[in-house]
Design a protein around this ligand. Structure first.
Ligand code: PFF
Length: 459
């Protein structure tokens, strides 16, 4: 048990399992089912997956443990947690900027995350109304293209999703979603297994597996490695304070390391199963693995459309995807809301409304980037591409790097030991070593090589 006397003004999880569920709910989301398959497809498959898995172990897990530890020690919004902890450790107050970086990242991510979650809501309706029964690949593609071309429809779903997110945040995390997630996450997993079984029997299963798990290093670029690392942060909700704020509601007596391992394993399993369900369908139907953000929306309806009971399972699948996105989105905005409550002395409800309106407005940029602004580009990226690249591949790894440096170097051994309260000295030292040397080095090397600087430096 840690010796930390602080408690959070925002509340505490009722048990260790509630924390595991909430953090897994945050980690498992669109990143696993929508993003992972399409970026793996765009970056050549196997080698990308290998780099991603390596990042999960070498960077993701140590940072996850560090983030929970910092959150629980500070027991406030990430900005204020960094403020107290840097003071306590006799370090520069500038460490607070880490909290600000996180709040900004969460806000930017939620703005587009909500638009994509809106696609999932739209697909619940399409599925349930039988649009995809006995459909062809071409028809599925048309439905997707028509959705993106319709700013009004996109805006409607985006608005609905932001409202749903803010309602939960306004009520406090314990208010309801906690219970829903407990049932929904396992259900999502079961449906993924059903899809996997379908892919095994009806898809080009071996081809799909080979694509995902045979590393062909000529297929991956420096940028691909950066995307794989960025995704390790994104999928585990790391580097922006989401896990930190959830950690701040964790009970003092619960084991941080064991909990973190569970979250990481669950998240990775969901992504891999999603990939194994999707690629066999891609290859069996002559679709393009590098089709981009539409990949799951163009493959799974095809499978559901042909499967018996597909109407039911398909509808259920997209409902669950919406819930997975929902339990992630609340953690994206929770750091900002808690900061407003702590520093501006306003109620949670008001803070939620303020954050919701701002995120909604920014999200309109993403809505338009798929249609009216599709040709408006900066560095060859649309507004959506730019936000996604900036947050997942730059801001989150940078935040994670700073977290590793703070927990690894700026914090005293004693504070860490007290907070971790572990009897496993060997494991503690292993974690500390990864955090001090391996994680920062890995992130910096990936940053440098993706800009081509590493090649120049090594001649
Ligand atoms: N981990 C979520 C997903 O994979 O969909 C996305 C996310 C949530 C990223 C919360 C960052 C975060 F703080």
């Amino acid at each position: 048990m840690s010796d930390n006397p602080r408690s959070s003004i925002h509340g505490q999880w009722s048990s260790r399992w509630v924390f595991v569920l909430a953090a897994t709910g945050s980690a498992v989301g669109l990143g696993n089912i929508w993003k992972f398959p399409y970026i793996a497809g765009e970056n050549g498959g196997g080698a990308f997956v290998l780099v991603y898995l390596l990042c999960i172990v070498v960077v993701g897990l140590p940072v996850m443990i560090a983030e929970i530890m910092l959150g629980r020690r500070g027991r406030q919004s990430p900005i204020n947690t960094m403020k107290v902890l840097s003071r306590e450790e006799g370090r520069s107050p500038l460490w607070q900027l880490l909290g600000w970086l996180g709040v900004l990242a969460g806000f930017l991510i939620l703005s587009y995350y909500s638009v994509i979650a809106g696609w999932a809501i739209n697909y619940v309706v399409e599925m349930a109304s039988g649009t995809f029964s006995g459909t062809s690949a071409g028809q599925v593609q048309t439905v997707f293209d028509e959705l993106l071309a319709d700013p009004l429809k996109l805006t409607m779903w985006h608005t609905l999703f932001i409202i749903a997110t803010m309602v939960v945040v306004a009520r406090g995390v314990r208010g309801g979603l906690e219970k829903a997630v407990m049932f929904l996450m396992p259900a999502l997993f079961v449906i993924l297994i059903i899809l996997l079984a379908y892919a095994m029997n009806n898809g080009a299963f071996m081809e799909g597996l080979a694509f995902l798990f045979t590393p062909d290093f000529s297929a991956i670029t420096g940028k691909g490695v950066l995307i794989a690392m960025g995704h390790a942060f994104f999928t585990l909700s790391l580097g922006m304070g989401a896990i930190m704020i959830y950690g701040s509601y964790m009970r003092s007596q619960d084991s941080i390391a064991r909990t973190a391992i569970m979250i990481v394993v669950a998240d990775t399993m969901v992504a891999l199963v999603a990939g194994m369900a999707i690629f066999p369908i891609v290859f069996a139907n002559g679709l393009e693995p590098g089709a981009g953000p539409g990949l799951v929306f163009q493959t799974l309806p095809l499978a559901f459309g042909q499967m018996s009971g597909g109407l039911f399972f398909g509808t259920l699948f997209f409902i669950l995807l919406c819930f997975a996105a929902w339990s992630s989105s609340i953690s994206l905005i929770e750091p900002a809301v808690t900061w407003l409550v702590e520093n501006r002395n306003i109620k949670r409800v008001t803070a939620s409304i303020v954050c919701g309106v701002a995120t909604w407005g920014l999200g309109m940029g993403t809505v338009l980037s798929f249609n009216l602004w599709a040709e408006v580009k900066l560095f060859d990226m649309t507004f959506f591409d730019l936000l996604d690249f900036l947050t997942a591949n730059i801001m989150l790894p940078l935040g994670g790097l700073l977290i590793a440096i703070f927990a690894g170097w700026a914090m005293s051994h004693k504070s860490k030991e007290n907070e971790m309260a572990t009897r496993h000295v060997f494991a503690f030292n292993g974690w500390n070593f990864l955090l001090r040397y391996v994680t920062p080095l890995a992130v910096m090397v990936v940053f440098l090589q993706s800009t081509g600087l590493l090649a120049k430096m090594t001649g």
